[in-house]
Structures are given as C-alpha cells and as structure tokens.
Design a binder for this molecule. Sequence first.
Ligand code: BEZ
Length: 218
Amino acid sequence: MEQTETNQQVQMPRIGDDAPAFNAATSQGNISLEDYKGKWLVLFSHPSDFTPVCTTEFVGLQEIYPELKEMNTELLGLSVDSVPSHIAWIRSIEENFNTNIEFPVIADLDKQVAMKYGMIMPGESQVETSRAVFVIDDKQKIRSIIYYPLTTGRNMQEILRLVKALQTTDEHGVSTPANWQEGDKAVVSPPKSQEEAAKRAEEEGIEYIDWYISKKDV
Ligand code: BEZ
C-alpha cells in the first residue's frame, strides 16, 4: 500500500479486481455500488465543479449517455465537491450549454470513495481527484482503468469504444485489435498448442494471416 504525504493510505484497484463497495451521497440521492448489479458502470472522477475542462467533459459525457444506456451501461461521476455544488454546477451547465446532466455525481467530501479507487494522484494534487475512468462490468469486476491528468480532457468516443470492445470480448470470446471500431473484424485467440497452430489455416470463417494472428467477423 502506498502512503501519501498526509499519510492517508492510497489503494490502487487493478483490472480484474472486485470493484470496491461504496455508499455515497450524490446529486440524485444516496447510491451504492450494489445498485448497479446486472449493469455495466462507467465510474469517473473529475477534479472540480465549475472548472472549464470538466465542464466540457460533462457536456461530452451527457452526449454519449444515451449510447451507453443502449449498451446496458450507466455513468456515475465523482469529485470532492458537495451536493449543493454539484447541483449548482449542473444547473449552470444546463443554462450555458442547454445540456441536462442526467447521470448522478458523487459528492465525495471526505474522499472515502476516491481513496478506495485510487483517484487521487498525490504527486499531481493532494486535494482534487484526477481524471480517472473505471469500467465496471455487470458482475462488478473492474475491467478497465484510464487515468488522465488535470489538464487534459478525456475522449468520449474512446470511452464508448472501450465499453463496446469489452462487451464484444465477453459476447464473442475474441480480442479487439488496435483502433478497433464496432463492425470491424476482431482477433481470434491464438492457438494454445502446436497441433492447434497447425490446424489454424484450415479453420473456416476466419481471415488467416499467420498461425498466431487471425481475424473474424463478430
Ligand atoms: C479544468 O477542468 O479546467 C481544470 C481542473 C483542474 C485543474 C486544471 C484544469
């Protein structure tokens, strides 16, 4: 376990871990991780309400929210600001950008959730959460983690692509190659033995490139 300068314990969950449980106050009332069982969840942190990059991210996240919902995926934000601050900021986003933020945002004033998820990068800021994204699957396992620094807004299309790729892997038992987009061929698991490798070229329904790399439609 790493220690920050203020001697708080920093936990860093890893891909494949059970997502740490929480029950937290949000802009839409109290929410627990358990409430999302059976759904995928994109849990993300932002540094602070009423800041410009975060505001552009919230507008972008609301834009992709309907597509995420079509993928049985919910969005849940988090910062160390209060519920009244979240409410005021969400109202200001609606006024300035004509965008109604429909997803809840955790008010993690005591940093309980942020510390469990390793959302604070003490070398960057002791007080604000960095731009973390945790993709949690319908069994509440952490499937992917993305971190961006305070100064760089995240790419919404990449968040959508990531969720789609993970769900495609689960549905079809395949991997997804670099720059994969929905509709592209996916990568077939490499052979596990010389015998399987020898037979790979004869397999039907695949685009065979070499014994260790083949693709197929999904
Ligand atoms: C922003 O959202 O604009 C921001 C927040 C914290 C540090 C730097 C930029």
